[in-house]
Write a protein of this length. Structure first.
Length: 202
């Protein structure tokens, strides 16, 4: 892959026999949003936004991730698409640089389930934060919880000193929901991946 705003990278791929694939193939957008005009977080009754600094339990956080990545577009995912995150593997995430629990957010439902989650990774040098990953439990979709958890994380990101947020959702029409979510949050695309392929040599 190369970005469409990287003519040198595109030329190198072409010079090595790669050809650009059409937009019917999955590709990613690169989107950004400044943090100076964030709207407030609005939640339905009975839901609360919490950071992992407040939740603290990697087992609950891992379960929230698995529930968010078990059903996509109405269908059950099979391995390897289905999440295999465990409490132990999430402890490893939490121990990795530059993870910060104040930038890892969840929405808690009235029954105690963590209905949505969003993690931001802060580059303090450049004042930028990257969303990865974001998800909502299939039982709680279409309630605005994805937008709410992202906004809660964005407010925390601004409080941590960042000036801009970044995200890289799919840009093709095969999976448009994340792109629409981030556009609704004020993210705009500044580049996109151009996916290339080369005929395999015998």
């Amino acid at each position: 892959m190369a970005l469409d705003n990287d003519p040198d990278g595109l030329a190198r791929l072409a010079g090595r026999g790669y050809r650009a694939l059409g937009d019917e193939h999955p590709f990613a957008l690169r989107m950004s949003r400044p943090l100076d005009d964030l709207p407030p977080v609005v939640l339905p009754g009975g839901f609360h936004a919490l950071s992992m600094a407040q939740v603290g339990d990697p087992e609950r956080r891992a379960l929230a991730h698995r529930n968010a990545w078990s059903r996509i577009a109405g269908r059950e995912l099979e391995p390897p698409g289905r999440s295999r995150v465990t409490g132990e593997s999430y402890r490893q995430v939490m121990a990795a640089f530059p993870y910060r629990p104040d930038l890892d957010w969840v929405i808690e439902a009235s029954d105690g389930r963590l209905a949505a989650n969003a993690c931001l990774w802060l580059d303090e040098v450049h004042g930028a934060g990257l969303f990865e990953p974001v998800g909502t439990d299939a039982d709680f979709r279409r309630l605005g919880l994805g937008q709410a958890v992202c906004l809660a994380a964005l407010h925390a990101l601004r409080a941590a000193g960042a000036r801009i947020a970044l995200v890289g959702p799919r840009g093709d029409n095969g999976y448009p929901a994340p792109r629409a979510l981030y556009a609704g949050l004020g993210f705009t695309a500044y580049a996109r991946d151009i996916v290339h392929a080369r005929k395999r040599l015998a």
